[in-house]
Design a protein around this ligand. Structure first.
Ligand code: NAD
Ligand code: TYD
Length: 356
C-alpha cells in the first residue's frame, strides 16, 4: 500500500528545488494540503510560487526551521503526516567563505525538525508519518575518472556545505535507528531548471552571457557534474515519499555527466543563436579563474536502486531540458533582475572580484 499523505510540511519551498516540487506535488495530489515553511534567505523568493499562492490547499509560513516551538505548532495545527525537508544553505562557494550558517541551518535545523517530528509522530496525532530528508551526492566526496556513487558508498564530504549535509544525513539515520522513526533520505545529483538562483553554474553562465559579462570557469574546467532536471528530481522525491520503505536511502540521478567547460560551451552556443550573435561570440566571454579550494573532481550517481525498486526514471532529455531552461531565463529577465539585486551584488563582487 503506498503512503498517501494528507497534510505535507515542506521546508525551503521558496527556493529552487522546493518551489518546483510544490508546483508539481500540488497539481498531482488533490487530496493533500501543503504548508511551506521558509525564512526567505537570499535564496528564497515568493515569486517562485505565484502559480500556487491562491490555491486553497497551499499555505506559506515565514519562519526558521531552527525555531522548535514554531515547527511543533505547525506540525500539530496542520496535523502534518509528512515532512519533506529542502531548506538549507546550498552553495559550496558560500560555505567556503562562511561555514557557520551552514552548520546552523543544515545540521542544527535538521535536528530541530527531526526532534519535533519525532515528538509529533510519537504523540500518535496522525495514523502514519514520513520524514524525508533531501540530500546531495556531494556527501560521498569526489570520484576519479571511473566509478559511481551508490547508496553504499561511504560518506566522505569535502566542503563545509557537503559536510553539513552529511552530518544531517547521519542524524536522519540515527533517528531511524534509535527511535524507529519512519525516515527517508534521498541524495540527488546537480539540478538545473527554472528558478535556479544565478550563483550556480548553469544560471550564472546564462545570466552572464545575456549581460555580456565574463564567464568564470574554475580551474581547468574539467570537473565533472551529473545534471538532472529539477522536475525529474521533484518526481523522484514524490515517488520515494509514497513508495519507499521507512529507513531507506535512495540516490537520484540522470546518468548525464558533463565536464564544466562542455556545459559552458553548450550554453554559449545555444544562446548565440537565440540572442542573434555570431557563432562562437559567446565563447569569447569565457575566463578561466582560480580554482575552488577542495574542488571535487567528479560526481556520478548510480540511481539504479531507485529504478529497480520504485520504477523511477527521468522524463527529460538533457537536450530538451537545457533548451527549455535557457528559454525560461530569457522569458523571465525580471525575476533574474530581482534576485540578483541588492545583497547578491555584494556577494558576486566578493567572489569574482570588482571587475566582473
Ligand atoms: P536553495 O538555496 O535554492 O533554497 C533553499 C531554501 O531554503 C530557500 O528558500 C531559503 O530561504 C530556505 N531556507 C534556508 N535557511 C532556512 C531556515 N533556517 N529556515 C527556513 N528556510 C530556510 O536550495 P536548492 O537548490 O533548492 O536546494 C534544496 C535542497 O536540495 C537543499 O537541501 C540542497 O542541499 C539539496 N540539493 C540541492 C541540489 C542542487 O543542485 N541545487 C542537488 C541535490 C540536493
Ligand atoms: P555549482 O553550480 O556551484 O554546484 P556544485 O559545486 O554544488 O556542484 O558548480 C558546478 C560546477 O561548476 C562545479 O564544478 C564548480 C563549477 N563552477 C565554475 O566553474 N564557475 C562558477 O562560477 C561556478 C558557480 C561553478
Amino acid at each position: 500500500m503506498p503512503f498517501k499523505p494528507t497534510s505535507l510540511l515542506v521546508t525551503g519551498g521558496a527556493g529552487f528545488i522546493g518551489s518546483n516540487f510544490i508546483h508539481s506535488f500540488i497539481a498531482a495530489n488533490p487530496g493533500c494540503d501543503v504548508t511551506n515553511l521558509d525564512c526567505l534567505t537570499y535564496a528564497g523568493n515568493l515569486k517562485n510560487l505565484t502559480a500556487v499562492e491562491n490555491n486553497p490547499r497551499y499555505r506559506f509560513i515565514k519562519g526558521d526551521i531552527c525555531d522548535a516551538s514554531l515547527v511543533a505548532t505547525i506540525l500539530k495545527e496542520r496535523s502534518a503526516d509528512a515532512v519533506v525537508h529542502f531548506a538549507a544553505e546550498s552553495h559550496v562557494d558560500r560555505s567556503i567563505t562562511g561555514p557557520e550558517i551552514f552548520v546552523r541551518t543544515n545540521v542544527l535545523g535538521t535536528q530541530v525538525l527531526l526532534e519535533e517530528s519525532r515528538r509529533h509522530w510519537q504523540s500518535g496525532a496522525v495514523p502514519d508519518f514520513r520524514y524525508l530528508q533531501i540530500s546531495t551526492d556531494e556527501v560521498y566526496g569526489s570520484l576519479g575518472e571511473t566509478g559511481y556513487f551508490t547508496e553504499q558508498t561511504p560518506l566522505a564530504a569535502n566542503s563545509p556545505y557537503s559536510a553539513s549535509k552529511a552530518g544531517a544525513d547521519l542524524l536522519v539515520r540515527a533517528y531511524h535507528e534509535t527511535y524507529g522513526m519512519p525516515t527517508l533520505n534521498t541524495r540527488c545529483s546537480n539540478n538545473y531548471g527554472p528558478y535556479h538562483f544565478p550563483e550556480k553554474l548553469i544560471p550564472l553562465m546564462i545570466h552572464n552571457i545575456i549581460t555580456k559579462k565574463p564567464l568564470p570557469v574554475y580551474g581547468d574546467g574539467l570537473n565533472v557534474r551529473d545534471w538532472l532536471h529539477v522536475r525529474d528530481h521533484a518526481a523522484a522525491v514524490e515517488t520515494v515519499l509514497k513508495h519507499a520503505a521507512p529507513g531507506s536511502v535512495y540516490n537520484i540521478g540522470g546518468n548525464n555527466e558533463w565536464k564544466n567547460i562542455d556545459i559552458v560551451h553548450l550554453v554559449c552556443d545555444l544562446l548565440d543563436a537565440r540572442l542573434g550573435r555570431s557563432a562562437g561570440e559567446n565563447r569569447s566571454l569565457i575566463a578561466f579563474v582560480k580554482d575552488r579550494p577542495g574542488h571535487d573532481r567528479r560526481y556520478a550517481i548510480d540511481a539504479s536502486r531507485l529504478k529497480r525498486d520504485l520504477g523511477w526514471g527521468p522524463a527529460y532529455t538533457f537536450e530538451r531540458g537545457i533548451a527549455e531552461t535557457i528559454d525560461w531565463y530569457l522569458a523571465n529577465q525580471e525575476w533574474v533582475a530581482e534576485v540578483t539585486s541588492g545583497a547578491y551584488r555584494e556577494y558576486y563582487t566578493q567572489q569574482y572580484g570588482g571587475k566582473q
